[in-house]
Design a protein around this ligand. Sequence first.
Ligand code: FO1
Length: 309
Amino acid sequence: MKNYLLLCGGVGGAKLALGFKNTLSEENLAIVVNTGDDFTHLNLKICPDLDTVMYTLSGESDVSKGWGRKDETWNMLSALANMDGETWFQLGDKDLATHIQRTKLIKSGNSLSEATMKLCHSFNLPQYIFPMSDEPVETYIQTENRLLSFQEYFVKLKCEPPVTDFVFKGLDKAKFNKDIDLSSFDEIIICPSNPYVSINPMLQLSSLQNHLKKFPEKVTVISPIVNSKSLKGPTAKMMLELGHEISVNTIGEFYKNYSQRIFIDNADKENSDFLAGVGYEVHHSNLVMNNTLSKNKLAENIIKVLEAK
Ligand code: FO1
């Protein structure tokens, strides 16, 4: 069996990561997760994408929301609301424990990678979830009037302001996770996550970017756009605001310097010729993952193609 590295954002990427987890043995899998959405809120270090992947892989996620924990209670949040506290970013009681523990681990000298490993251990997960970097990279959304921090844009303003650009702060000091030896992976999968705010922060880290550009034959993109719609979140809305067509063609153009293989949904077959013209080997599958079976099936289809290479 080959070794697989997944590059993953939050909700959409986590679904495919679960399919890979259910299909591969743990020594063949590593998942590098976006940390550009991380922020400090109520003095707590919050890493939404790491949490989403950790909860999803451990069977602890709230599947209907995509983020947060299942069987959650909200006592802290309603007590905070009664005090006119800050409640726009919803923290459930069980989820809060994760942020308290992570903040404590980091304040007592652990790196984000070490804190992630310890948290994953408490969810009975092996060590295959890694933050993209131990140094902070912060994603900002440029809108017509203001530069918004990511969570302010995403949660507080519900992705409403039109986007004109993205800014990633901290890149001068940030390095790709040193625990990941890129040369040890046979295949690299770009999960169906938002290319602009979930995958692009990682691509800005030079050692990862250089590796993908050097070995694009090892890199497979899974489209987050299906039938001219985002599988999840604001990808399609952002595409439109940036002046691009909402289509798998735009995904293909975005990753063309990093990858030579793309999986698109059966509904987008008519775009295959365009993508082949851009230089991709094009594969078709059902990319809509609305239950465990479809998550596993997609992972199996991708692995089957890549094992046969
Ligand atoms: N997303 C929301 O839309 N509203 C929330 O109140 C919210 C709270 C939250 C708390 C912890 C956590 O780990 C994630 C949370 N998310 C929330 C999701 C998250 O902010 C976004 O889905 C990602 O940043 C985008 O990938």
